[in-house]
Design a protein around this ligand. Structure first.
Ligand code: ADP
Ligand code: MG
Length: 380
């Protein structure tokens, strides 16, 4: 059924067909009418199922219809966990702006780049996409006020309400008008569900399209039993033997990301690292090169585990497992997006076997295991 059946205005039709959005995804067809009605929504749907457009489209329609883009202060606030996701969500808003006539503007603000530039740009913004820390800094400098926010979105909502962000997000919530629309989206739920309820007070519509923490069926998962010493060479074998062209490798620390990358480069594999200890321009450059296909392997910490959408990415390798089973779901969800197929490979040492068992149990899915002993890794 077309988007218009779900209340989406005809002015989006050209952009929708330009981006090959023939039909809404299930979360979009459920969330769009509810958001347009002004309801609070908690949307749970798998990674890669189009949750961004599920809030971007109705929010832009509300702004266009109300013609409220002349505000000095933003009316929509989207909070996200990483700078990279802030850029990406802003990009999705901007892709649909040409459909509007009301001159809506969208801006991403986050740390690691000049605050002065952001302060200038904040002079007239309708949709503000932000990481919490920098937003608080900007508020302190009187560069922005949240008094006019009518819609709040928490993308990767469970992460935003988790310990790491809780304090900052609470601080921001206190600055928002009480009367507002709250939209929460994620593929996984916070264990602390009461945190979500505390936030969504107004009779939320819970749209649970998929089981919480379910991985998309089109992601083929596999694990390799390997010793710690052979992990590096097994990674190179998988990349070279399979002639992989675009692989996202996850590790558990920035040091490991640098080490694994250095080893790959030494072995003539075109690799780059990305993690939070790098400068923002270097981070941005690494992701861009990877997306453009100029880099074959991107080695990341959990920085890229949440929300990042890389077109046609078909391989994710867990060089090390994430601590949280939820992060495993998010990591492998960087592949198999928008109905495409994907491979997720995890390298499991004897020390990690038990934890991998826990992850599979939480996920409710068994992962096929392969012994790597028999593989001839000489020459890799
Ligand atoms: P999620 O937030 O659920 O993980 P995203 O919003 O990042 O997923 O969307 C994943 C991919 O699906 C993006 O590349 C997006 O362009 C694409 N997409 C979203 N909605 C549709 C649609 N209705 N039809 C086709 N592709 C879509
Ligand atoms: Mg998302």
């Amino acid at each position: 059924m077309p988007f218009s059946q779900f209340g989406l205005a005809p002015f989006f039709s050209k952009s929708l067909s330009h981006f090959n959005y023939a039909e809404p995804t299930p979360i979009q067809s459920a969330a769009i009418p509810a958001i347009l009605k002004g309801q609070d929504v908690l949307g749970i749907a798998k990674t890669g199922s189009g949750k961004t457009a599920a809030f971007v489209l109705p929010i832009l329609q509300q702004l266009e219809v109300a013609q409220i883009s002349q505000h000095r202060d933003p009316t929509v606030l989207v909070l996200v966990p990483t700078r990279e996701l802030a850029d990406q969500v802003t990009q999705v808003f901007r892709e649909f702006l040409p459909s509007l006539t009301s001159g809506v503007s969208c801006l991403a603000v986050y740390g690691g780049v000049s605050i002065n530039t952001q302060m200038q740009a904040l002079r007239r913004v309708d949709v503000l996409v932000a990481t919490p820390g920098r937003l608080l800094d900007l508020i302190e400098k009187n560069a922005v006020r949240l008094a006019n926010i009518q819609t709040l979105v928490l993308d990767e909502a469970d992460k935003m309400l988790n310990l790491g962000f809780q304090e900052e997000v609470d601080q921001l919530l206190r600055l928002l008008p009480v009367k507002r629309q709250n939209l929460l989206f994620s593929a996984t739920l916070s264990e602390d569900v009461s945190a979500m309820q505390r936030l969504i007070l107004k009779d939320p519509l819970v749209l649970q399209i998929d089981e919480v923490g379910e991985s998309p069926q089109q992601i083929h998962q596999e694990g390799y039993f390997v010793t710690e010493e052979r992990k590096g060479v097994l990674l190179r074998y998988l990349i070279k033997h399979e002639q992989l062209q675009q692989v996202l490798v996850f590790v558990s620390s920035h040091k490991k990301a640098d080490n694994v990358t250095a080893k790959l480069v030494k072995n003539k594999i075109n690799a780059c690292a990305i993690h939070s200890k790098m400068g923002q321009n270097v981070r941005r450059d690494a992701l861009k090169k990877f997306k453009d296909g100029r880099v074959t392997v991107l080695v990341s910490t959990d920085l890229l585990a949440r929300g990042i959408d890389i077109d046609c990415l078909s391989y994710v390798i867990n060089y090390e497992l994430p601590r949280s089973p939820k992060d495993y779901i998010h990591r492998i969800g960087r592949t198999g997006r928008a109905g495409a197929s994907g491979e997720a490979i995890s390298l499991i040492t004897p020390a990690e076997e038990h934890h991998f068992g826990v992850i599979q149990k939480k996920m409710g899915q068994r992962v096929a295991m392969v012994q790597s002993d028999g593989l001839d890794l000489r020459g890799y």
